[in-house]
Design a protein around this ligand. Structure first.
Ligand code: ADP
Ligand code: MG
Length: 294
């Protein structure tokens, strides 16, 4: 390939809001036939809001929001931002964290008001911390998931204390972008750490049928490798810390400009406007650039 045409392609990319790490990257898009999309922050806006807080028996809603909200002040996850905003809206300032740790794609643990508080994926709390769920919280989780929401379990001092439901909205351009991917001959796959039902609800809204949910960050990368083993050439679009390994594994990694630094560093392309349509533009551009070279 002539470097000049590739450089022209790179310059055109910049005009379209696509930052390309090097001219050679356009060549790696040549035979891409599969586009793997992260859900939260990629297909959806990632600006989530807290829509329900269901305390366990013996816990008030204020207590639930106070401890969960404070614990989440240590996290940068979109779910954390929604829980903190929801708690502050009801309660005003939240108590300080005495200690904090987060586990990517699973949740957070913190000491607040002298309690060890856990907030995260229900199965993580059940498996890792042996937290059991009373039936009222079980049905709160199930109904949030049926609504297509992310359902989060809160526990402190070893017991389940409540369920929080967080909702997200699909970006206005996602449906059209997925149709554009199909026209380019790419098969879309949705990957997420979120629950199966929330994932299916988003997938149905944008026209994706291949959905892989409840994946840990390492399992997202494994899903990309499994597609590659089937002989597929994979582009992946993502934004989170939890997407970085999968982005680096994909044949073409594409980061959202609003994404985390690790996602951007792991990727070959960055979409300045964080609009999936720009990923379709990038693939179209590289095909056109390569056609010019031939
Ligand atoms: P996605 O793949 O949709 O971007 P993540 O892998 O970041 O999602 O998160 C997967 C799941 O882990 C979330 O749906 C949530 O249940 C849980 N989780 C991750 N981080 C947090 C957090 N800070 N607070 C509560 N739950 C979290
Ligand atoms: Mg994400």
């Amino acid at each position: 390939a002539t470097p000049t045409a590739l450089l022209v392609g790179t310059g055109r990319g910049a005009q379209l809001g696509i930052l390309i790490k090097g001219p050679q990257i356009l060549e790696s898009t040549r035979s891409v036939d599969t586009i793997v999309l992260d859900k939260t922050g990629t297909v959806t806006t990632g600006r989530m809001s807290l829509v329900a807080a269901v305390p366990a028996r013996g816990v008030t809603e204020d207590e639930l929001l106070r401890l969960a909200g404070a614990a989440e002040t240590g996290s940068e996850h979109p779910i954390a931002a929604a829980i903190v905003a929801g708690a502050q809206h009801s309660l005003g300032p939240l108590p300080p964290l005495e200690s904090f740790a987060s586990t990517d794609g699973l949740g957070v643990q913190a000491v607040v008001d002298g309690h060890l508080v856990l907030v995260g994926r229900p199965r993580w709390l059940a498996e890792q911390w042996s937290i059991t769920l009373p039936s009222d919280l079980q049905s709160a989780l199930a109904s949030a998931e049926e609504e297509g929401q992310s359902a989060i379990l809160v526990a402190w001092d070893g017991q389940a204390r409540g369920v929080l439901a967080v909702s997200d909205t699909v970006k206005s351009s996602s449906t059209a972008a997925i149709a554009a991917f199909r026209r380019l001959g790419l098969r879309p796959v949705l990957l997420t750490g979120d629950n199966e039902r929330a994932a299916r609800a988003v997938a149905a809204e944008v026209g994706i049928t291949d959905v892989r949910a409840e994946l840990l960050p390492a399992e997202k990368a494994e899903a990309v490798r499994a597609l590659q083993r089937e002989g597929r050439v994979v582009a992946m679009v993502g934004d989170g810390v939890n997407d970085a390994v999968a982005l680096a594994t994909a044949d073409l990694g594409i980061a959202m400009g609003t994404g985390t630094d690790v996602a951007i560093e792991a990727s070959d392309l960055t979409l300045v406007r964080s609009d999936l349509m720009a990923a379709a533009d990038a693939i179209r551009l590289s095909r056109r650039t390569l056609a010019t070279i031939k």
